[in-house]
Design a protein around this ligand. Structure first.
Ligand code: SF4
Ligand code: SF4
Length: 423
């Protein structure tokens, strides 16, 4: 099944792959082939090859990598301190936040299927625990998921359309070839069981440090999100296996995440290509658990985000690389890392990642600037109710008021410097 190819390019993998929020965005789609969402999906929408995702292209797309690499070399810590004001404390927190991900799911940011916390074939309890019905099973799985650290959890049926047609996996164990390039595998996904249900889990990312985008402290918020993804995903998969049913967790590997999250009622797709949840806006990371256990699915829920996006372009304004479109939704992407055929706003992941390279770390301006990204305060709950009204002028005013009150500011170096002074 494995078609090994020695044609990879070595570069600063961690930084390149930390495209975090956009990990699922480059191919992000809305809804499922069973039409479980109001968004239009056409026949042009096909299964995507993981090789074409923006993060996997580093393994084989020489021209693209050369273009990105030619922009700027990764700055040293000293240079970053001087130019950006990021300190060794910031960078230490960043390293610590990513630590669990790197230890137990290394390479997962870019998608490293069938490995470590995201293995497919962990042992399963021999005797199955029986449930009254799929609804009963769903309730128990969700309760356990919340206990194990999920901030949001929903269930949808498995849909092969969202599984990558071919997977790509860097082989960290192998010796680099004579040309100094690491090996990778490119293979058809053959799971050890037929998945029936998908448990979609969202973990919240820290509000305060995410608001310091684009910086080393913001990268810590992202890293902690990734570490929590592998912890919660692996734990929930283990819970299901301990009940006697096969299950495995997957993050940015194996399949797209947003279609499942939408189908499971966790939120809507936004202009910036990410999931917008009513609770945390786009400030979440997603992990899925595929299982053979039959569960009762949730229904997609529209709460007004898609409508709101039509009149709000704050993410596009805050984007330093002009990667987010300001026009109407379309059916066509701009690069091979977009999967066409779904009516949505297609971001340009090449421009995005180019900025990451130039910036010296990742970026989350589009998450921070989004008016749905809020801490849980009463007036934000009130605004959430107004958002549901499909009235364009109200949405435009709300987006402006949000900015007026200082929410969603990015590039705030003073706030970055003040972080360690606050208890
Ligand atoms: S704001 Fe732009 S450059 Fe930054 S992560 Fe979002 S899309 Fe990428
Ligand atoms: S910033 Fe505005 S336009 Fe962009 S995703 Fe959020 S609500 Fe939609």
């Amino acid at each position: 099944m494995n078609n090994k190819t020695k044609t990879a390019i070595k570069l600063d993998r961690r930084q390149f792959l930390k495209i975090s929020a956009l990990a699922t965005t480059s191919g992000a789609l809305m809804g499922t082939s069973e039409n479980r969402s109001p968004i239009k999906i056409t026949n042009k929408c096909q299964r995507m090859d993981q090789k074409n995702t923006i993060f996997s292209r580093q393994l084989w797309d020489y021209e693209f990598v050369k273009r990105i690499e030619s922009s700027i070399d990764r700055a040293s810590m000293e240079a970053l301190e001087k130019v950006k004001g990021w300190t060794p404390l910031d960078q230490a927190l960043d390293a610590a936040a990513w630590a669990l991900d790197h230890k137990f799911a290394s390479g997962s940011e870019g998608g490293q299927p069938h490995s470590q916390a995201y293995e497919w074939d962990e042992p399963v309890r021999r005797k199955k625990v029986e449930f009254q019905n799929p609804k009963d099973a769903s309730r128990k799985i969700k309760k356990a998921a919340r206990y194990l650290g999920a901030d949001l959890v929903g269930i949808s049926p498995y849909d092969p359309l969202w599984t990558y047609s071919l997977l790509i996996k860097e082989n960290f164990e192998s010796e680099p070839g004579s040309d100094g390039k690491p090996e990778f595998e490119h293979f058809v996904p053959e799971f050890p069981f037929e998945p029936k249900s998908v448990v979609s889990i969202a973990v919240e990312m820290d509000y305060e440090t995410m608001a310091l985008s684009p910086s080393s402290l913001e990268s810590a918020a992202t890293g902690l999100g990734y570490s929590r993804m592998c912890s919660v995903g692996y734990s929930v998969a283990t819970f299901i296996r301990a009940l006697g049913y096969r299950a495995f967790a997957n993050g940015n590997d194996v399949s797209l995440s947003i279609p499942y999250a939408v189908a499971a009622g966790l939120g809507e797709l936004g202009r910036h290509g990410m999931l917008i949840t009513p609770e945390y806006g786009p400030r979440v990371r997603l992990v899925k658990v595929f299982t053979e256990l039959e569960l009762k699915p949730d229904n997609p829920k529209a709460f007004g985000a898609w409508e709101f996006c039509k009149n709000c372009k704050r993410c596009a304004d805050a984007c330093p690389s002009q990667a987010i479109p300001t026009g109407e939704p379309t059916l066509e992407g701009k690069t091979i890392s977009n999967n066409p055929g779904v009516l949505k706003w297609y971001i340009d992941p090449e421009k995005c990642i180019q900025f990451w390279r130039e910036n010296g770390t990742d970026c989350a301006n589009c998450i921070t600037a989004c008016p749905f990204n809020k801490p849980p305060m009463w007036h934000h709950q009130l605004s959430a109710g107004i958002v549901a009204l499909p009235v364009a002028p109200i949405h435009t005013i709300m987006a402006k008021m949000d900015k007026f009150f200082g929410f969603g500011d990015v590039n705030d170096r003073r706030a970055n410097a003040a972080f360690w002074e606050k208890d």
